[in-house]
Design a protein around this ligand. Sequence first.
Ligand code: ATP
Ligand code: ZN
Length: 621
Amino acid sequence: MAGTSYNSKDQYIHEKDMKLRQSFVLCSHLMSVEDADIETDREGFHALPDMGIGVIGKYRALRDMESATPNIIVRESVYKKLCAADRAMKKRPEYQTCQLVVTYGYRSLEIQTALWNQIYEQIKMEYPEESENEIREIVHTKIAYPEVAGHPTGGAVDVVIYDFEKEAFLDFGTEVGDLTTTDAYYQSDAVSETAKKHRADLREFMCKQGFAPYDGEWWHFSYGDREWAYYYQRRAERQRPNEEILPEERVKALYRQKKFSQISEIAHSEKYRLSKEIKEETRIRLAVQKDGRLTEETLSILERSGIELTRGKRGFLSQAGNFPLDVLFVRDDDIPNLVEAGVADLGIVGQNVYWENRSAGAPGSGIVGENFSWAGKSKSVIERELGFGKCFLGLAVPKSSGMKALKDLVGKRIATSYHNLTEQFLEVHGLKDQVEIIDIAGSVEVAPLINYADAIIDLVSTGSSLKQNNLILLNNIHILDSQSILISNRVSGNDREKRKIIDRLLERIDSYLLAKKYKRVVMNAPAVNRAEICDILAGLADVKDLSDDDSCNEELRAMRDCQNPLAIGIPVVLPSYGFENWDTIQVIMKLSDLWRITPELKKLRVCNILFYDIEGLINFE
Ligand code: ATP
Ligand code: ZN
């Protein structure tokens, strides 16, 4: 500051503040940004869990939304980006035991407007001479102008870093949300070197995921709002200083401000009250996929286990009337986190999603499957493999590429939505630094077609999608074989009351899984072949299989032990009315056995084989 003299330290500080403030965005800047894109504005909102070691949301300085939405809510993409920022942060050794904590997210447009009006009146009285525009700018430095404000879009968040091992927030020089001091300015010189480093690191973690920072508050970041659009617009202009940017090239905001009434359906749903609820009776909570490939089978397992859900699958939460179980409907990607955080006690999810997530949560690099061992701490365990949703994570290349072996991938790009599993796979095969991973969320199989990648790692079940896109599996490599699994939170699993309920549920599921293997089979057969056919059928009685099976439950054990015609594998012969030379034979057997003996039965002129699912058995003894 050579050459300038100041009357007092106060003035010096004031001048310096003014200098720092030059980089702040003005209200008029934001008013010049084009309005939110209608399509992108349709995006939904997501409630942040308020416990766990991933990203969580907890109100701190600002609490004006707390009574309306106990859990902080943000746009879905914002949540995803926060998770990615959190994961990336944990890869840095000094942040391994840290987590991002969002202290403020969506604020209703109603509250924003009320606050604005209040401050506007004060400023107007203080500066009666100033023009309307000038007053608006002054008010905007204290509270964002509702029309351009970020928090009401659900795109802006206030973020801090918490160290869950030290049980303390990192030092950022000021408390989050403290606007009483100019130390809150990102570039403030008055804070310690440690605080400066934490600010810079937080900014790096967030901006790498596409958030825009705000120089006036070290904790404020946004995605999709006008501040974000303005920030990225400016950046584009700086990168192409001599080019004119056409109107259609300008970065538009993605989200508009929302009134509380527009999103209150979400905010009032049980989903948001979950962790606040105090329950008298112990109940367990199961997270399942809301709407996808796993939904139907999952609901069918519950139904067949005798669990009646009171609400359709459209609600967030459905309570079982006849069992202490609540079912939470969410996106499958959220299930491992919800169970890990204990927001749900149980979850049904594909192994692929589970391992992708668990490896991401692990400090350092976690590795999965047979070749892999996972070193991190997990708060969830696998209780059962459920036998449906079978697929595998395969590595495919274009047929025409001529690639034959893993080493052909050197210098190539692999597109995938399974970043962590892919990274680990490459690492195990010593290819980590030689292959580029391209993250895409969907339609991975078209990436090679449009020359966006040279290979893909994606889920395969029938392989028809690969065929359609002229892709073939490289070496038939299965990076991960997957099916649906039932996972549980460790703490819930060790809680005496909850364990009892979980075991009761598992018993029913086991009964279903076992019963699913068996069918009631009815066939018409010529009476002359009766003895031969019955010998074949009786030979299938698979008593050993049942007694060895730990999961064999009461009902099935009864089915096996009762020496009456309904026992498994004992054929019952009935006369066919009007067809004296024909029998109707009934038997309970495994479906796999039926397919195996069909050729023999055909030889014995059996016709009309019908088979039925077994719902259960009531045994009076
Ligand atoms: P959500 O909207 O809940 O995030 P999603 O689009 O991520 O759903 P789905 O396509 O419904 O997921 O698939 C759910 C799970 O089904 C997968 O994670 C996987 O475990 C299993 N699955 C079985 N076969 C396939 C397949 N051929 N392709 C993709 N997933 C499969
Ligand atoms: Zn998903």
